[in-house]
Design a protein around this ligand. Structure first.
Ligand SMILES: Nc1ncnc2c1ncn2[C@@H]1O[C@H](COP(=O)(O)OP(=O)(O)OP(=O)(O)O)[C@@H](O)[C@H]1O
Ligand SMILES: [Mg+2]
Length: 251
């Protein structure tokens, strides 16, 4: 199967039921081990400037961002880091479903509050995973890009960074909306999730361009669904560099 075959497969499974936490259900599986390797590789990218805040994005919807984001947060917490996982996908939020918690309040409540001081402790929830706290999206707003691009969001990221070892954000895809572009320049890094057989080469190329325009620190890419060899059909590989989508064919 070609890596860049054109195929649009949109799934609403995670928005309805949450992402599958294979790292919680099967911590000894090959897939969980792959997630641990990916996390280690990301931390290696920050030898001089530790990568404390990062996000996974993709060209389009349904390429595995939430699944990767949530499982990486779990393995980072398992490694003893104090982790905050934030649902900043204000269009297709999933985190409240994944951890089965209410979502009446969350990130959007903080961003739209008129109070000068931001008290985020009320909004943050502990999870069954030791060291892992979550901030769900809150009610879906009409103006996600504006909220994520606000000074308040920047201040919030800075404050989260002070209070946690690692802050991981679930964000929307880069091509569809401008939310992610607004956000990534304020993070220490971003990783592109590429779904085998689904992500188109041109879309990937444009995603990298947009991330560069936004002054994002692109840490690498994750090949999702790499090898369907039995274990729930999941497979992940982590790669460095992002020039592989640039062959002459795509021009
Ligand atoms: N490696 C994989 N193998 C098989 N299925 C996968 C894999 N990764 C993700 N999926 C499935 O693909 C669908 C989309 O995954 P997910 O919701 O994590 O993507 P997303 O990029 O966050 O989507 P959205 O754009 O809606 O936020 C889900 O049904 C998920 O279970
Ligand atoms: Mg998602």
């Amino acid at each position: 199967m070609s890596l860049f075959k054109r195929k649009s497969v949109v799934s609403n499974e995670t928005t309805k039921y949450g992402a599958k936490l294979i790292t919680v259900r099967k911590p000894k599986s090959v897939i969980a081990e792959q997630f641990r390797t990916i996390r280690t590789n990301i931390s290696f990218m920050g030898i001089d400037h530790p990568i404390k805040t990062f996000a996974f994005t993709s060209a389009n919807i349904s390429e595995g961002k939430s699944t990767v984001t949530d499982n990486i947060a779990v393995v980072a917490a398992n490694a003893g880091k104090k982790v905050l996982l934030v649902d900043a996908d204000l269009r297709r939020p999933t985190l409240h479903k994944t951890f089965n918690v209410p979502n009446q309040k969350g990130l959007t409540t903080i961003l739209t509050s008129e109070a000068a001081e931001m008290d985020i402790t009320d909004m943050i929830k502990e999870t069954e995973v030791e060291n892992l706290s979550i901030l769900t999206s809150g009610p879906i707003p009409p103006n996600p890009a504006e909220l994520l691009n606000s000074q308040r969001m920047q201040a919030l990221i800075a404050s989260m960074k002070d209070n946690y070892d690692v802050v991981i954000l679930d964000v929307p895809p880069i091509l569809a909306v401008s939310d992610t572009q607004a956000l990534v320049s304020h993070l220490d890094g971003v990783v592109l999730v590429v779904k085998m057989g689904q992500t188109e080469k041109a879309g990937l190329k444009r995603s990298v361009e947009l991330l560069k325009l936004a002054h994002a620190n692109i840490l690498g890419y994750i090949m999702n669904d790499v090898d369907r060899n039995g274990d729930a059909g999941y497979g992940y590989g982590y790669g460095y560099g992002y020039g592989y989508g640039y062959s002459s064919e795509s021009k």
